[in-house]
Design a protein around this ligand. Structure first.
Ligand SMILES: NC(=O)c1ccc[n+]([C@@H]2O[C@H](COP(=O)([O-])OP(=O)(O)OC[C@H]3O[C@@H](n4cnc5c(N)ncnc54)[C@H](OP(=O)(O)O)[C@@H]3O)[C@@H](O)[C@H]2O)c1
Length: 316
């Protein structure tokens, strides 16, 4: 199952493997195992600090004949400190070098937030804070960054380009000047944050949607950022629906998204769980089950930069 991207007609798998917090020293083995299990989409980012290791896993899988490069759909993202035109171009090339590949299938602007440049030789990945522990904004417009993204397409370094953590008004603004329209929007989306208006807008515009943090609070427990929300993986509603279909709660949460045509990118450091997550499309939820799951919505956003610094309230 795949989403067909509008401009290139390229197929983006509906289930991919997320690389945020995939442990660095086992990342190459985990990526190799993910490809062996059947994953063809890898969702990385400069910020995840494991692009080199992920690339090692890819290279090993290719060398062992598991896949060819063209069988894979590799996504990466441009970090906030590299939004200036020249920095964006330079960093994309650096990231390709870390992965050891010639092009990304998809390159996204990670957040609509421009932070002061940090030389990668000084610190990489730079994360949110300067050396003084504070957040430093930079006046670079998304228009400037988007121009760099478009030029990466022209140079063959990115097959598709897109955006992440953008809201409706900003998406419409990008479309006013885009020479190459964003192909994909990646946002936090799970039954506690269903984002129906944004889903509808993306569908209207022909922008493919990828949901991140499909298991809701689970990913944020280890960061102390789960807001004490009830686990979706242990929700009695999801458990009952899973029992009905003889599927795990994780598979139900993923299918809830993919059945709406939304791609998912679950992350796991565990080989059994990552394999289980990939097998989420072999059953169908009823309309009533989809609606019951959606009714868990409480607009609970777990990944909100405003909590790092109130000036970063991009979802306000
Ligand atoms: N664009 C953005 O700003 C952005 C932000 C966040 C995430 N993302 C992307 O989206 C991907 C997925 O989001 P995420 O990593 O936040 O969260 P996620 O995939 O929703 O959840 C990962 C958590 O669930 C656990 N888990 C995985 N499979 C499980 C299963 N079958 N049963 C029980 N627990 C399971 C994992 O633990 P184990 O590892 O121990 O299995 C981990 O704690 C990321 O890896 C990243 O690629 C993008």
């Amino acid at each position: 199952m795949a989403a067909v991207l509008k401009r290139t007609g390229q197929k983006m798998p509906l289930v991919g493997f997320g690389l945020w917090k995939v442990t660095k020293n086992t990342c190459a083995d985990t990526v190799y195992a993910a490809i062996k299990a059947g994953y063809r989409l890898l969702d990385g980012a400069g910020d995840y600090g494991n692009e080199k290791e992920a690339g090692e896993g890819v290279r090993r899988a290719i060398a062992d004949g598991l896949v060819k490069r063209e069988d894979l759909f590799i996504t990466s993202k441009l970090w906030n400190t590299f939004h200036a035109y020249d920095h964006a171009k330079t960093l994309a090339k650096k990231q390709l070098g870390l992965w050891g590949i010639d092009y990304f299938d998809l390159f996204l602007i990670h957040f609509p937030i421009a932070l002061q440049y940090v030389d990668p030789n000084h610190r990489y990945p730079p994360e949110w804070f300067g050396d003084d522990g504070k957040v430093h904004l930079q006046n670079t417009s998304i228009q400037e960054t988007w121009k760099a993204m478009e030029d990466l397409v022209d140079e063959g370094l990115a097959k598709n380009i897109g955006i992440s953590n953008f809201n409706g008004s900003l998406i419409l603004d990008v479309l006013r000047y885009a020479r190459i329209e964003p192909q994909v929007l990646q946002v936090e989306l799970h039954p506690y944050l269903t984002q129906e208006p944004l889903v509808q807008l993306a569908k209207q515009l022909g922008i493919a949607l990828t949901a991140y943090s499909s298991f809701g609070p689970q990913s944020y427990v280890e960061l102390g950022m789960d807001k004490n929300a009830e686990s979706l993986l242990e929700s009695s509603l999801i458990q009952n629906i899973g029992a009905e279909h003889r599927k795990s709660t994780g598979q139900v949460l993923l299918r809830w998204a993919t059945q709406q045509g939304i791609a998912v990118i679950p992350k796991s450091n565990n080989i059994d769980r990552l394999a289980e997550n990939l097998q989420c499309n072999s059953f169908n939820l009823s309309e009533s089950e989809l609606a019951q799951i959606s009714s868990l919505n409480s607009n609970l956003r777990l990944n909100n930069p405003a909590e790092i610094d109130p000036r970063l309230a991009i979802f306000a």
